[in-house]
Design a protein around this ligand. Structure first.
Ligand SMILES: [Zn+2]
Length: 125
């Protein structure tokens, strides 16, 4: 049973090191969620001008995954696939905002505390 651990740890995540390289970097989930999924931006991304440097001339783009595909067939197969569905599920969750990060670090504006400080002042005057 010694091999089980190694063979069942990564699931569909292949080649982690290559995925972390700068040139392979895709958009972050919050970028897609807050910018690309707006109806106007989405339409613009799906109807891009011909671009020779992009796969499939930039005509087959998946907005959720920020990926180009070679053909319409490849894009449709991708839409049915596990990676795309997983990505859509992640995009449904609310984006991680700066406010949330500051709240976690105790830096954000805490409305309750602010009010508690204000009231004694009002009572004194
Ligand atoms: Zn996709």
């Amino acid at each position: 049973m010694g091999r089980l651990r190694r063979s069942r740890t990564h699931k569909a995540q292949r080649d982690v090191h290559r995925a972390s390289r700068t040139r392979a970097r895709t958009k972050d989930l919050d970028q897609i969620q807050l910018i690309d999924l707006l109806p106007t931006n989405r339409a613009a991304l799906e109807a891009q001008p011909l671009d020779e440097e992009k796969p499939g001339l930039g005509q087959h783009y998946c907005v959720e995954c920020a990926r180009y595909f070679e053909s319409d067939v490849a894009l449709k197969v991708h839409w049915r696939g596990k990676l795309h569905k997983r990505r859509c599920k992640k995009l449904e969750e609310p984006a991680y905002t700066i406010e949330e990060a500051e709240r976690a670090a105790g830096l954000g504006r805490d409305t309750r505390k602010a009010r508690a400080v204000e009231t004694p002042m009002e009572m004194a005057t």
